[in-house]
Design a protein around this ligand. Sequence first.
Ligand SMILES: [Zn+2]
Length: 288
Amino acid sequence: MERIKIGIIGGSGFYEMEGVKLIGEKSLTTPFGKPSDNYMVVEIEGRRVAFLSRHSRGHRYNPSEINYRANIYGFKMLGVERIISVSAVGSLKEEVKPLDIVLVDQFFDKTIKRKNTFFEEGIVAHVSFAHPTCPVLRELLYRAGKELGLSIHNKGTYINIEGPHFSTIAESNSYRKFGFDVIGMTNATEAKLAREAELCYTTVALVTDYDCWKEDEDNVTVEMVIENLKKNTENAQRLIKKVIPLIPENRNDSCECKSALKYSIITSPDIISEEVKDRLRLIIGKYI
Ligand SMILES: [Zn+2]
C-alpha cells in the first residue's frame, strides 16, 4: 500500500465529507497502548491521508484522558510525516471572532495531568520547542485559506488548559492580560509529542466563541458552541481539500521538524537498554 504521509487529527466530520474516498481503517496498537480510535485512511485530491478522531468517534475521552502518545506514535507507524490538527477553541481577543481560523504559532501549556513526552524511564531528551508548530505547513494553510476567502489569522498564541471545565471569568481575563489569543485543551500536548517524533505539526484553531470574558455576550452555552462547530467544520473541510494538493510530496530543509532529535537525546547510547530501544525504535532508531 502507498505510504500515508499526511495525518489529520480532528472530528469525524472530515472523512465523511464530499469528494473524499474511504480506502480503509487501521486498528493499531503502539508501545504506549491503543490510540483514541482506528485511523481512517482516505484519498483526497489523489493523496492518501490518515484521519484520527482525537476524542474517539462518539467522544469517549476527555482532554486529560486522551492517550496522546499512542495517537502520535500511531501516525508514525503509518509513515506519516506531517500532521494537521483541527480543533475548536475559544477566543480571548475582540479581533479574533467566532468562525475565524487561527493558525497557531505559539503555545502556553498549563496542563499537569497527562503524559507529554516519549522520553522517560531510561532515556532523556530535550527537544527545541521555541517554535512549536511547523512554519511550512502554516504558510501553506494560510495561502489556501486566503484563496478560499476565509477569515484566517497566520499566527496566534494558544493557551492549553487542563479542562474539562471551561474557564472562570477571572481566569479568562487573566489569560487576556497575558496577551494569549485562543484557549483550548489538547494541542500543546500533541505538538510536544509530534516534535519529539520529528513530525511537522500545525494547529488549525476554529473559533467557536469568546470564551466567557466578553460581558456583552451571553456566557458560553453548549448550543452556541455546537452551532458554530458545525459551520467551522464546513470551513475546515474546504481548507483541508484546498491545502492537500499544495503540500509537497517530500519534506525538504525549509523546516527543522524532521531533525528535531538530532542533538536532543542526552542519555549515553551505551546505557540505553534494549527495552527502551524497542519501545522507541520508530522515533530514535536512526540515531541510536
Ligand atoms: Zn515542519
